[in-house]
Design a binder for this molecule. Structure first.
Ligand code: ATP
Ligand code: MG
Length: 420
């Protein structure tokens, strides 16, 4: 061990399990890449104001969880706690919305940072894959994103997850609901912090996890009963499109996001094997966000799925991904001249696209064959002194144990076609 350890709330991805993380990112993004979403990458930090406005001044993320700092040049920056604000900022900055092709559909993958209390499934550095569809108000777009996330989880072999769905209304119907909710909440026995939340962010109170609060919320007015006709019709259309696609969901009237720029569709993916960190992903419509960060009106919808928790969900369900072996051929030279000659063959094999590794460090045959075994390679390619004089190498099938001589200048072709 060195003097240093990974910072609190973080962990390293190391082989072999790191391959699972790569495969999860790949599986989540595959349906997006197949559906017209283009890859976007933004910096790991942004002007802190972008998140204050784009996530919300009154959210936990901004008030408690953000890594904000001042640079030597005096800029106020923050490590990104989430992806949507950055992606929208980038799209607006590059005028993607003016190219005349709305919605702009983007996907991303990367690291996010939140100063949280570390526990299983909750880290200070974590990884998300996300998608945003910017600039169109169309229930089919909301449905598309939910269907693609469902497809992603299923392609990984996950089954014990549920989709929770709600509508948050819009600027027509939510203000009246907000007031009705505030009236109700002000009549409850709540602590000072929560009473403050009733003033700034009353919808968030519905999301309170504490049992004594939940008990008091039993008779709370529900947004469902306050939706305007347009929001009701929109929500019904999303629900019907999901049902038609065979995607099961549950209506959850208490699923909320507190801020005014989140509108209509909101959803969360929860996994039942994860205990209290059960949300594997979430998203929804944010029709007012663009204006909040100084852009034009651009109704948009998106989601972010947590890679770390998705990996935990796989473990909880006992799913092991069928990952291709990283090494197909492991080359074992015996002696100095064989080493030079075989290293050349290895380079040729790699050029031909055959995943090949080599016994480095002048190992003896026994240790080298052990390394070949550990590598998981399908074949070992052994070159001894006598083979050299005969112009062949011994190709050993690691599964059957069978061995055959192959002419040195025919190896690339032979292995290329066998492994194709
Ligand atoms: P939670 O309610 O668990 O705090 P959240 O509402 O803060 O989640 P989002 O901001 O919607 O989460 O982020 C989307 C997804 O990113 C979450 O569903 C989760 O899978 C993942 N995620 C969020 N915060 C963390 C974290 N600190 N560690 C690991 N994964 C996280
Ligand atoms: Mg959180």
């Amino acid at each position: 061990m060195s003097t240093f350890q990974a910072p609190k709330g973080t962990y390293d991805l190391l082989p072999p399990s790191s391959a699972t993380y790569l495969a999860v990112r790949e599986a989540i993004s595959a349906p997006l890449r197949n559906s017209g979403y283009g890859y976007v990458e933004t910096p790991g930090f942004e002007n802190v104001e972008l998140f204050a406005r784009g996530v919300g001044e009154s959210t936990d993320i901004v008030t408690k969880e953000m890594y904000a700092f001042e640079t030597k040049g005096g800029d106020r920056l923050a490590l990104r706690p989430e992806g949507t604000a950055s992606v929208l900022r980038a799209a607006l900055e590059a005028n993607l919305h003016k190219a005349g092709n709305l919605p702009v559909k983007l996907w991303y993958s990367g690291s996010y940072y939140r100063y949280e209390r570390p526990q299983k499934g909750r880290y200070r550095h974590f990884s998300q894959v996300g998608a945003e569809a910017i600039g169109a108000e169309d229930p089919a777009l909301d449905a598309e994103l939910i269907i693609l996330a469902d497809q992603a989880y299923r392609s990984l072999g996950l089954r014990d997850f549920r989709i929770l769905l709600n509508s948050l209304g819009d600027k027509e119907c939510r203000p009246a609901y907000r007031e009705a909710l505030q009236d109700f909440l002000r009549g409850l026995d709540l602590d000072e912090d929560t009473r403050r939340r009733v003033d700034i962010n009353p919808l968030r109170v519905l999301d309170d996890k504490r049992a004594d609060v939940q008990k008091q919320l039993a008779g709370a007015p529900l947004l469902r009963d306050h939706l305007c006709d347009a929001c009701r019709a929109y929500h019904q259309e999303v629900r019907e499109l999901l049902s038609a696609a065979g995607v099961a969901f549950e209506d959850d009237e208490k699923l909320v996001r507190g801020l005014d720029y989140y509108t209509r569709t909101t959803f969360e993916f929860v996994h039942d094997g994860l205990g209290s960190q059960s949300a594997v992903g979430g998203g929804g419509r944010y029709d007012g966000l663009s204006e909040m960060i100084g852009g034009p009106a651009l109704p948009s919808v998106g989601w972010a799925l947590g890679v770390d928790r998705t990996v935990l969900a796989l473990e909880a369900e006992g799913v092991t991904l069928d990952l291709p072996a990283t090494t197909s051929v492991f080359a074992v030279p015996i002696g100095e001249e064989a080493r030079r000659r075989l290293f050349g063959v290895v380079t040729q094999l790699r050029k031909a696209g055959v995943a090949t590794d080599f016994a480095y460090g002048g190992k003896g045959l026994k240790a080298a064959m052990k390394a070949a075994n550990r590598s998981g390679a399908r074949y070992a390619l052994v070159l001894g002194e006598r083979d050299l004089t005969e112009g062949v190498a011994q190709l050993k099938d690691m599964e059957s144990g069978e061995q055959e001589p192959v002419a040195l200048d025919a190896i690339v072709e032979k292995l290329g076609s066998r492994l194709a």
